[in-house]
Design a protein around this ligand. Structure first.
Ligand code: AGP
Length: 592
């Protein structure tokens, strides 16, 4: 995923474009660049590294009236200046920034004998524009787009047209709005000062000038762009008193769970679903990526336990290629914080084509996924900026929990819905009570870390392990504790530490067998347990008591998860790393 901005309007300082782009740094931060007309000349300034490096190359008070900017997360071509956007065609006529992936770029490069400085698909497109001799710029862009396969949000400048920004979209998000000083374009409407903004449909192209916006379909028929109102504008993120977004966002978890409980009344759910969505449903299938997949696993666990309906979670990146059977009586739930993850979107589109029922569970109601489904469940996490998902994961789990109870009622079971929801509020309190100082003192200094658990604790371990590796860069694996003896024990040694989650007394014995298996291979163990005195400590075995008194077993994972998020955060800080911008990752991944 990459961040894109554009501006055309009254003369302005280049700092406005720079800081607009800075807001999108969460979308990618391994290189960035701006291209603009400053009244006399055209300029293109690029840098590898994060945007602070770009800043040193710019005169922020320099004036401009038309410009584009890009912050990159490399998916196509290495992180080098030649691959940094904007990319420029050989003669310098076309300047282009791109979010997405052109699947047939190599084929086009060969066919049109295109030479490039770097090795991105985007540079091939800029040069392909140059190969088109006939027609206006708009027609050339239309012709080029018709030859491309894949996904794109392009902003394009033509060196000879300094009062116009061309725009093209397929699958990747791109929005624009009218502000007092001029027109703004961005891959995320959080950049816009106004609540009202517009988007294009797939395969649309167009241009934006100081006083004009023109959007066309693929046949160059003029069409009206789609209008949106940004609902969460006031909540847009800043770090407040915290050093990192991640810490701030973890700390917001209890208040967000409270918000979910307040919003998710039975009436509210009835309005969303309109009719009994469970009628004739035989299988609930949940699809997502990364943390969203993990929350889906927890959702499937809740459904199986409470509804006795077969339920499974699937990784979106695998779903399409694993020859899954889709039946009419399947109910699909797509989970995504951003609502923009390409793998999940593709599955959603496929499932909809097959006519199955779909629900989207997302944090961004304006997202592509939300627009694709008639049933959308907001997770009310508020903006999540840090790359590592924290409060959004917990909110997804909380919404799954509430949904389970609602479904249970739909199936005719007598339950006190409000009372069930209250259990979430108790969990929120326990999360607020977590002892940060104690967690900060748990320093994990070893070559490899294993996160282990059984049942729902295994799901928590999956999420804990992902979070830990994502921001500490320590090699971390997750394994169901019972599976250790089927292979993973081979890599347990005195350079490893195993963190075991234990929230169920019933499973205590089996978990303790695992502890024994590890320590007899010289591995060190830390058991994070909801029960005191269950684990015998020794020079190899430590134990941490997580106070879950008064919690239902279904809400305990929330407390364990937030514990794991703090643990990852503090260990990341201890290693002098930036948790908000982990290497090689971006907040949402808009390429398959
Ligand atoms: C979580 O910490 C990750 N950064 C990542 O796994 C994320 O959950 C995944 O990419 C899915 O994103 P989405 O929820 O926006 O679809």
């Amino acid at each position: 995923m990459c961040g894109i901005v554009g501006y055309i309007g009254k003369e302005n300082e280049i700092s406005t474009l720079f800081y607009g782009l800075k807001k999108l740094e969460y979308r990618g931060y391994d290189s960035s660049g701006l291209a603009f007309f400053n009244g006399k000349n055209f300029k293109c300034v690029k840098s590898v590294g994060n945007m602070d490096r770009l800043k040193t190359k710019l005169n922020l008070s320099e004036k401009f009236s038309c410009g584009i900017g890009h912050t990159r997360w490399a998916t196509n071509g290495a992180v080098i200046l030649e691959n940094t956007h904007p990319v420029i065609s050989q003669s310098g006529e076309w300047i282009l920034i791109h979010n997405g992936i052109i699947e047939n770029a190599e084929e086009l490069k060969q066919r049109y004998k295109i030479e490039t400085l770097g090795n991105t698909d985007s540079e091939i497109v800029a040069n392909l524009l140059e190969k088109k001799i006939a027609g206006s710029s708009l027609e050339k862009i239309r012709d080029v787009c018709s030859e491309l396969k894949g996904s794109w949000a392009f902003l394009i400048l033509n060196r000879n047209e300094e009062n116009r920004i061309y725009i093209a979209k397929r699958k990747s998000p791109i929005y624009f709005c009218d502000s007092e000083s001029g027109k703004l374009i961005s891959s995320d409407p959080i950049c816009f000062p106004s609540k009202e903004y517009f988007s294009m449909y797939d395969n649309n192209i167009g241009f934006i000038e100081k006083d004009k916006i023109a959007v066309y379909d693929a046949n160059l028929k003029l069409i009206s762009p789609k209008k949106y109102i940004f609902k969460n504008k006031e909540e847009l993120g800043n770090k407040g008193k915290y050093e990192h977004f991640m810490l701030k966002e973890i700390k917001e978890t209890p208040e967000r769970i409270n918000k979910i409980c307040e919003k998710y009344t039975e009436d509210y759910l009835e309005k969303i679903f309109k009719k009994n969505i469970l009628s004739s449903v035989k299988f609930i299938k949940i699809i997502g990526c990364g943390s969203a997949y993990h929350s889906g696993l927890m959702g499937a666990y809740y459904f199986r336990k409470n509804l006795r309906i077969e339920s499974e979670a699937y990784l979106a990146s695998e779903y399409k290629s694993s020859r899954q059977v889709i039946n009419k009586d399947d109910l699909f739930i797509f989970v995504s914080q951003s609502g923009e993850t390409a793998d999940t979107i593709e599955c959603l589109k496929m499932v909809r084509r097959r006519g199955a029922k779909t629900i989207v569970l997302t944090n961004v109601l304006e997202s592509s996924m939300a627009k694709l489904s008639s049933v959308v469940l907001p997770i009310y996490a508020g903006p999540e900026i840090a790359v590592a998902s924290t409060k959004a994961y917990s909110c997804q789990v909380a919404v799954f929990y509430i949904l389970t109870k609602y479904f249970k009622k739909l199936l005719g079971e007598e339950i006190d819905f409000e009372k069930e929801k209250d259990k979430l509020l108790v969990a929120a309190e326990k999360i607020s009570d977590l002892n940060e100082e104690e967690i900060q003192n748990i320093s994990i200094c070893c070559e490899k870390v294993f996160f282990l658990g059984k049942g729902k604790d295994y799901i928590t371990s999956l999420e804990a392990s992902l979070k830990f590796k994502e921001i500490t860069y320590i090699n971390s694996q997750c394994c169901p504790i019972g599976e250790l003896k089927h292979g993973s024990l081979a890599v347990i040694d005195d350079c490893s530490k195993s963190l075991i989650f234990l929230s169920s007394k019933k499973l205590g014995k089996k978990v303790l067998n695992g502890v024994h298996e590890i320590t007899s291979r010289k591995g060190k163990v830390l058991v994070i347990s909801a029960f005191q005195g269950l684990v015998k400590t020794s020079d190899k075995v430590e134990s941490y008591f997580l106070n879950c008194r008064g919690l239902s077993s279904e809400t305990m994972p929330l407390v364990f998860t937030v514990f794991a998020q703090y643990l990852a955060y503090f260990n990341c800080i201890a290693r002098n790393l930036n948790p908000d911008q982990p290497r090689n990752l971006a907040k949402s991944v808009t390429v398959e």
